[in-house]
Design a protein around this ligand. Structure first.
Ligand code: ADP
Length: 539
C-alpha cells in the first residue's frame, strides 16, 4: 500500500476539491455575520502560509493564537500547520502569569490575536521578549492604536499574497499543533499534536458511533478553538465537508447561541456543560424550543442526567456525551447506544447516557487498582483510568518523562477514576485528587453533584471532601441557587433520599453566590477546598 502522509494539508485539499462551495458563517468583532466558503478559507490559508514564510519563520516554529472562534482563526489553523509550522492555541482566560509562562515555554515566535486582546498583550509584552511580532486578526479599519513594535494587520498580510501555493511535503509525525493543559496543579504542560495524530483523531471522531459527522451537517462548535483544537472540529468538519458556524466572542450567552442555532439551522453543537445550562435556561425563560438542532456533544465535565433529560424531552435533541482530555486530542469515549440496548426503557437509556461512553476505536482503555492490577469491567469496580493510542501523548512538550504521567508499560495515566461496565461504557467517578474517602470507601463527588443539579432550585453544585473526626472525610455540598429560587439545607439533603446510597448523602450544605471556575469553565475544586479550609461539620 502507498505510504502517503496523513497531513493537515491533505484535509485542506480534500475540502477544497470536494466541498469548496460549502459555507462557513462567522460572528467576528468587525462583522456580525461574515459568510464565505471552505474554498475561500483554504485559499486564504495558503495566502497566509506564504506570508508566514515571508516573516522569516522556519519549519517547526511555533505561531500562537489568542482568539475566539471565527473564520480567521480557522485559516490560521490551516495556514500555520499546513505551512509546516506549529499552531499553538492559547486560552485568553488564563492568568497573566500562566500566559507568560506558556508563551515563553513554547518559544512562540509570532502571536495572532483578536483586537480585544491587544490591551492584554500590551501588559504582557515586556515579559515575552521572544515574540518577534504580532498580527491583529482584523482589517485596517479596525486596527487598534498601540505603542508595541512590529504589529501587523491580518487582512493586509493575507491580502498581499495570492493563493497559488503548494503545501510543503511534511513528515506525518512532525508537529502540527500545540495546546497546554490549564495547569490546575503546577505549571501548565504542553501537548504537541502531530499531523498523523490529528488526522487519525479526526477519522475516528466522524464515525457514526462517535460524532456521526457528514457533509449534511451544520456544526456549531461552542467549544473554543483554544480548547484542545475545539475537539478536532476544524479538521473533522473539513474532512466531511460540513458547514461551520463560528460564534466569535459571544458564545457564552444563551440568547445569542439560541438565535445562531436556529438561524443557521445547526444540526450539531458542541460544548462543555456550563454552556448548555445557559442555553437551556434561556429557552425555558423565553418559552422557546430548539427546533433545528438534532444532537449536541457535551464533554469536558460530567453531564448531569437532568440536562440530558431536558434536551430529550423539551427539545428532542440527542445528547452525545464525550470524554477526553488535552493529552488525548481530546476524544477517548463517546456515548451512543450500542446494538442490543435498543430495548432499554427511556429511564434506563437516560441512566446509560450519563456515563462517559464507550472507547472509540484507537483509544484503548483500562482501569487498574493501586498495585496496577487490571480491574474487571463490571460497572462496579473502580480504579485509575489509563489509556493508550495513536492520538494520546507519549510525553509532555519539553518535559522528557519528568511528569511521571506514563506507566512503565506505556499507558497514559489520565488522573481520572472510573468504572467500565460489561458493555464497555466507562463512567468517571472522580478526578483522583477530588475523590472523597469516607471510612475507607470512596464516594463519587461527580454523582452527588449531578444529583444535586437535578433539583430545580439548584443552578450549580460542587461537592468536596472535608475532614471528619470519625470517617476521615465526608462530603460537603456547595450550591449556587437558581435565580429567584429558594431551598433549605434540609430540603436539599432530603432530595438525595433514594437517589444515592444513604452513606453518600452529604453531611452539610453550604450556599454561595458563585463557584470558582477554571479557564475552561470547570469548577475549580482546589480553590473551593481553600475557601472551605476552616470549615467544620456541625456537631
Ligand atoms: P484540563 O485538564 O486542562 O482541565 P481537559 O479538558 O484536558 O482540561 O480536562 C480533562 C478532564 O476533564 C478529564 O480528565 C476529566 O476529568 C474531565 N472530563 C472530561 N470529560 C468528562 C466527562 N464526560 N465526564 C466527566 N469528566 C470529564
Amino acid at each position: 500500500m502507498m505510504d502517503t502522509p496523513l497531513s493537515i494539508s491533505s484535509i485542506a485539499e480534500h475540502v477544497r476539491k470536494f466541498h469548496a462551495g460549502r459555507e462557513i458563517m462567522s460572528v467576528t468583532v468587525d462583522n456580525p455575520a461574515h459568510r464565505y466558503t471552505w474554498g475561500d478559507c483554504i485559499d486564504r490559508s495558503k495566502q497566509l502560509a506564504k506570508a508566514l514564510a515571508g516573516l522569516g519563520l522556519e519549519r517547526g516554529d511555533r505561531v500562537a493564537t489568542i482568539a475566539w472562534n471565527d473564520y480567521r482563526h480557522l485559516e490560521v489553523y490551516y495556514g500555520v500547520s499546513g505551512g509546516g509550522y506549529v499552531c499553538h492555541t492559547i486560552n485568553p482566560r488564563l492568568f497573566p502569569e500562566q500566559l507568560i509562562f506558556i508563551i515563553n515555554h513554547a518559544d512562540d515566535r509570532w502571536l495572532f490575536v483578536d483586537v480585544m486582546f491587544m490591551p492584554l498583550i500590551e501588559k504582557l509584552a515586556e515579559h515575552i521578549k521572544g515574540v518577534e511580532g504580532i498580527v491583529v486578526m482584523t482589517d485596517e479599519a479596525h486596527m487598534p492604536e498601540t505603542a508595541l513594535d512590529n504589529v501587523h494587520c491580518y487582512e493586509t498580510l493575507v491580502g498581499n499574497e495570492t493563493p497559488d501555493y503548494d503545501w510543503p511535503d511534511l513528515d506525518e509525525n512532525s508537529a502540527a499543533a500545540l495546546c497546554y493543559t490549564s495547569g490546575t496543579t503546577g505549571d501548565p504542560k504542553g501537548v504537541l499534536y502531530s499531523h498523523r495524530s490529528s488526522v487519525l483523531h479526526a477519522f475516528a471522531s466522524i464515525a457514526p458511533d462517535a460524532l456521526n459527522l457528514s457533509s449534511s451537517d451544520t456544526i456549531l462548535p461552542v467549544v473554543p478553538l483554544f480548547h484542545v483544537n475545539a475537539w478536532g472540529i476544524p479538521y473533522s468538519a473539513a474532512m466531511t465537508g460540513a458547514k461551520l458556524v463560528l460564534p466569535g466572542p459571544k458564545m457564552g450567552d444563551g440568547e445569542t447561541l439560541y438565535k445562531l442555532l436556529e438561524a443557521e439551522e445547526a444540526s450539531l453543537a458542541l460544548g462543555v456543560p456550563t454552556v448548555w445550562l445557559a442555553l437551556l435556561q434561556y429557552c425555558a425563560t423565553a418559552g422557546v424550543t430548539l427546533d433545528k438542532l438534532d444532537r449536541t456533544v457535551i464533554g469536558g465535565a460530567a453531564v448531569p442526567r437532568s440536562m440530558i433529560e431536558e434536551f430529550r424531552d423539551k427539545h428532542d435533541v440527542v445528547v452525545i456525551q464525550g470524554w477526553g482530555m488535552t493529552e488525548m486530542s481530546p476524544l477517548g469515549t463517546a456515548n451512543t447506544l450500542k446494538a442490543g440496548l435498543e430495548s432499554l426503557s427511556p429511564d434506563e437509556k437516560l441512566d446509560l447516557a450519563t456515563k462517559a461512553g464507550r472507547g472509540i476505536y484507537g483509544c484503548e482503555l483500562r482501569i487498574v487498582d493501586d498495585e496496577g492490577k487490571e480491574l474487571p469491567w463490571d460497572g462496579v469496580a473502580y480504579g485509575a483510568l489509563q489509556v493508550r493510542g495513536p492520538w494520546i501523548c507519549s510525553d509532555y512538550f519539553k518535559l522528557a518523562g519528568s511528569a511521571g504521567s506514563h506507566t512503565p508499560d506505556g499507558w497514559f495515566d489520565t488522573g481520572d477514576v472510573a468504572t467500565i461496565d460489561e458493555n464497555g461504557y466507562m463512567a468517571i467517578t472522580d478526578r483522583t485528587k477530588d475523590v472523597i474517602k469516607s471510612g475507607g470507601e470512596w464516594i463519587s463527588s461527580i454523582e452527588l453533584e449531578n444529583t444535586a443539579v437535578g433539583h430545580p432550585a439548584v443552578a450549580e453544585a460542587a461537592v468536596i471532601g472535608v475532614a471528619h473526626p470519625k470517617w476521615t472525610e465526608r462530603p460537603l455540598l456547595i450550591i449556587v441557587k437558581a435565580e429567584g429560587a429558594d431551598i433549605s439545607k434540609e430540603e436539599m439533603l432530603e432530595y438525595f433520599d433514594g437517589k444515592v446510597a444513604t452513606w453518600w448523602i452529604p453531611n452539610d450544605v453550604a450556599f454561595v453566590d458563585e463557584l470558582p471556575h477554571t479557564a475552561t469553565g470547570k469548577i475549580k475544586k482546589i480553590e473551593l477546598r481553600k475557601q472551605f479550609a476552616d470549615y467544620a461539620f456541625p456537631e
